[in-house]
Design a protein around this ligand. Structure first.
Ligand code: AMP
Length: 176
């Protein structure tokens, strides 16, 4: 038992105004990571709704998705797939470009990361406009995966990220 409640951990997330640019209220999760036991508690909470869904691969999105993807994959008995920014993966990749709340980017995974028909769960820290998860979903679909859902710590409600994900089951621990 970690002894944490969701409300306690929520209180550890720090708001940083105007980072990385003016008008963005950045949700800083580093105090959560620094609290002994909190990471494990959150991975448990993120994995919970997907325990009996037959998930074979957890796709964790660079970079903050990596912190949680590992623990979720472990709990689900699934493999871990790093979804990385362009140019970081050493072998052949498939790519998808996307727009962020602040900027644009390209995500990649290795071509052999997912086998046809494998059930996939997407993991990131924050759901904002949904562009990042949408790109990750598209990568999984390009490789023939079946995307069962996505899990994030925090959802920024007013940005309506769920709408970009066409009814995909999305599990978030808090919304702001
Ligand atoms: P989006 O594609 O707009 O849903 O943005 C989600 C991605 O950008 C996630 O990988 C987050 O880590 C990051 N992100 C977007 N907005 C914020 C925010 N306000 N605070 C922290 N991270 C954010």
């Amino acid at each position: 038992m970690s002894g944490y409640s969701l409300e306690q951990v929520r209180g550890l997330i720090r708001d940083i105004p105007d980072f990385p640019k003016k008008g963005i209220l950045f949700k800083d999760i580093t105090p959560v990571l620094a609290s002994p036991g909190a990471l494990s508690f959150l991975c448990e909470q993120l994995a919970k709704p997907f325990q009996s869904k037959g998930i074979k691969k957890v796709m964790a999105i660079e970079s903050r998705g990596f912190f949680f993807g590992t623990g979720v994959a472990e709990r689900l008995g699934a493999g871990l797939i790093p979804v990385r920014k362009a140019g970081k993966l050493p072998w052949q990749t498939v790519q998808e470009s996307y727009a962020l709340e602040y900027g644009e980017a390209v995500l990649e995974v290795h071509r052999d990361a997912i086998s046809a028909g494998e059930k996939v769960l997407l993991i990131d820290d924050v759901l904002a406009t949904g562009g990042t998860l949408r790109a990750a979903k598209s990568l999984a679909l390009q490789l023939g995966g079946e995307v069962m859902g996505a899990a994030c710590l925090l959802e920024i409600d007013f940005l309506k990220g769920r709408r970009a994900l066409d009814g995909l089951p999305i599990h978030t621990l808090w919304s702001v």
